[in-house]
Write a protein that binds this ligand. Structure first.
Ligand code: SF4
Length: 711
């Protein structure tokens, strides 16, 4: 039996993997999954978690390196030959254009050790500024907003279990009832008191949790979440509901924010966001009544991708934080603001150097002191470290151009499905001299690659993950990987040696973690008091440890489950409120595109679906892409439930079956993004990005919807 955690989302549910006997470690032995008690999942797993072991046994597992031959096909080869091809391609690119002709694209599902090693590999072995990762698609705006307001970005700066005791919870743009179902147990307190508020243009499974007197579903026009928040702030101040004492002591900028929301009275907001003014007032009062300064039972404001994946994502997160501060929530036990991280290691993935502008410990790469510290740990000259690169969307736009890489190494993501404006991404990847993809199953991106390197997956590897609450947990091997498969740490080691860096890329995850901990020392995400051994002990006690957890000379640091209780990690110790205003989506409605497309996820599939589409039970339960259409819109375009429709933007067209439902607003359609090809939602989405975070606007774009013409 092996205690580990689910390979998928950031809830990182605890599970135990079991084989029939000790032979479970042998190749091919069956593995079963059981939920395990842990503070986040309390023994529960969702359908994805229960079936996760099936991906370990998928029949089309990649078990040998593949190299594209002169015939244009991928052929099985040896590791030596595949690495020769990669090394030659890198050296050729360097000789033609310099170090920045090679780039790296990482993933938010990689372990902390792999994320750290990848960042170091890019800066030390490749010497390139061009590294970023798919977390840019899912957490960048929340990170930018939290860093600006609080001086630190830890998705939930409190344990998730704290939310369970709150009287009111405002969930903005998160369908956690489908993406991480066990987490909804922590909404029970708010539901019991009628205090759950879900803001979503769809009546999603999460919005349905508010039905029957459990709370309020706020259903704004897509792209107007920020207006909802500005109106709530308006009501809080107009009705004297703000915690002025808290604001005076713990925040700056409140006066500017109060003045900026004066123009957003609910009746005006209703004209823009479509939410009745009375409901906006009801929600503001409901939250204020739960706030500590009014003697309430605690309130939380939580944001998700629905409001963050926008060209105004950082502004919207900032408004959500402003609201939480106006009510005196952050830094008070039993109340707070947090962002619900999506990918399995979306939190750790952004702390250890995969981001284009960051070094380990969540340090800024253009900070001279940070460069000096990290360079010392890495044993290199700080001047040799490249400067900031560019965010993911820009990196992809530059691939195969004179301004960007000619070689790209992709780890842990399926860009052809998950990136916005997917057809253009496919074109950019195809324009590269060399595309190298590390993965364990074939994907739409491996099919485009010149070299595919087969790597281990979750239950075959050792390492750590950091959950949505900043809790560092252990991932443990339950079985041996198939022969021919290597760990990504081994791949990076082998490539570094070939590129002339003999030392510095160990293959033992615990050794990598110890170096990561040293590199993080003194940073905001300080892991220096952690080790695999300490984390094993903490997990044996049923907990894990939250960062920051600095090294201490005496008793080990206990970790920090709750941040901000005394002060915010800003220069003056106070949170920074920033006035923001509504600008609207980048791609607004027009006569030839009169409907909004909203994208999102479904219960059975994870991210690009590369793993979950392979699991028979999940594929059977949700076999195909679909488009949710309101009955009024369906009538207007002459489409019946079950017929095929085309969704077209200026980028491309997706075709899927219509689900006619009143769950969406009449001016919007909803499409999940887990599929490739004709039904790929991201062929339609825009690659416009938030100017601060670089996060794409997946959640809203203007489209034409019509019935598929009959032949
Ligand atoms: Fe838990 Fe998320 Fe895995 Fe489901 S996918 S079992 S919610 S970690």
């Amino acid at each position: 039996m092996t205690d580990t955690h689910c390979p998928y989302c950031a809830l990182q549910c605890a599970m135990t993997l079991t084989g029939p006997d000790d032979a479970a470690r042998e190749v091919g032995a069956p593995v079963t999954v059981a939920g395990r008690q842990f503070p986040t999942n309390r023994g529960g797993l969702c359908q994805k978690g229960w079936t996760s072991a099936q991906v370990l046994r998928t029949p089309d597992r990649i078990t040998a390196p593949l190299v594209r031959g002169d015939d244009g096909e991928l052929h099985t080869t040896t590791w030596d030959h595949a690495l020769d091809v990669v090394e030659d391609g890198i050296r050729r690119a360097w000789s033609r254009g310099g170090r920045d002709k090679v780039g790296v694209f990482g993933g938010g599902g990689l372990t902390n050790e792999k994320a750290y090693a990848l960042g170091k590999f890019a800066r030390v072995a490749l010497g390139t500024p061009f590294i970023d990762y798919n977390g840019r698609f899912c957490m960048a705006s929340a990170a930018a907003g939290a860093n600006r307001a609080f001086g630190v970005d830890r998705g939930l700066p409190f344990p998730l279990a704290d939310v369970g005791g709150a009287q009111a919870v405002l969930v903005l743009g998160s369908n956690l009832a489908e993406t991480m179902p066990p987490s909804t147990a922590h909404l029970a307190g708010a539901r019991a008191s009628g205090g759950l508020v879900v803001v979503d243009p769809r009546h999603s499974a999460s919005a349905a949790l508010t039905d029957d007197g459990h709370g309020v579903h706020v259903q704004p026009v897509p792209g107007t979440d920020l207006v909802v928040l500005l109106a709530l702030l308006h009501v809080v101040w107009a009705e004297g509901l703000a915690d002025e004492e808290y604001l005076a002591a713990r925040a700056t900028g409140a006066d500017q924010v109060r003045r900026s929301v004066a123009a957003w009275w609910p009746e005006r907001a209703e004209q823009v966001c479509g939410v009745p003014a009375a409901q906006l007032r009801q929600v503001a009062r409901l939250l204020a009544d739960a706030a500590p300064h009014r003697g309430g039972g605690g309130a939380y404001v939580l944001t998700g991708r629905g409001v963050e994946q926008s060209t105004q994502g950082t502004a919207t997160v900032t408004a959500a934080i402003n609201l939480s501060l106006a009510l005196g929530l952050p830094g008070r036990e039993g109340s707070g603001y947090g962002a619900i991280t999506g990918q399995g290691n979306g939190q750790g993935g952004r702390e250890h150097g995969q981001k284009s502008d960051q070094l380990p410990g969540y340090r800024k790469i253009d900070d001279p002191a940070a460069r000096e510290h990290v360079a010392a740990v890495w044993g290199v000259d700080p001047a040799s470290l490249p400067g900031p690169g560019v965010p993911a969307v820009e990196l992809l736009r530059r691939c195969g151009t004179a301004e960007g890489p000619q070689v790209l190494l992709v780890h842990g993501c399926n860009l052809v499905v998950s990136a916005p404006d997917a057809d253009r991404v496919r074109d950019r990847l195809a324009a590269l001299d060399l595309l190298v993809v590390c993965d364990f199953v074939p994907s739409e991106t491996t099919r485009l690659a010149d070299v595919v390197l087969p790597v281990t997956q979750w239950a075959e590897e050792n390492g750590t993950m950091t959950s949505l609450e900043g809790r560092v947990i252990r991932r443990r091997p339950a079985l041996a990987p198939p022969p021919g498969v290597r760990t990504e740490l081994e791949v990076l080691h082998d490539l570094a040696v070939r590129l002339g860096v003999e030392h510095g890329f160990p293959t033992d995850a615990s050794v990598v973690f110890d170096e990561l901990a040293r590199a993080s020392a003194g940073g905001v995400a300080d892991y220096s008091g952690l080790s695999h051994r300490r984390l094993d002990e903490a997990e044996a006690a049923g907990e894990g440890l939250h960062w920051p957890c600095p090294a201490t000379p005496d008793a080990p640091h206990p970790g920090t489950p709750r941040l901000f209780l005394d002060r915010f990690p800003t220069p003056d110790g106070r949170a920074r409120m920033v006035a923001v205003d509504h600008l609207g989506p980048s791609d607004d409605l027009r006569p030839d595109a009169p409907v909004y497309l909203i994208t999102g996820r479904v219960l059975q599939h994870y991210q690009s679906g590369a793993q979950t589409r392979r699991v028979p039970a999940l594929a059977a339960a949700q076999p195909e892409p679909f488009v949710e259409i309101h009955p009024l819109l369906a009538d207007r375009i002459g489409v019946q439930d079950g017929e095929m429709v085309q969704v077209t933007s200026t980028r491309g067209t997706a075709t899927a079956v219509a689900h006619v439902t009143a769950a969406v607003r009449p001016e919007a359609v909803f499409m999940p993004f887990h599929w490739a090809g004709e039904g790929s939602a991201n062929r339609v989405t825009t690659d416009a990005v938030d100017p601060i975070s670089g996060m794409p606007e997946f959640k809203v774009c203007a489209v034409q919807v019509r019935a598929v013409p009959t032949q």
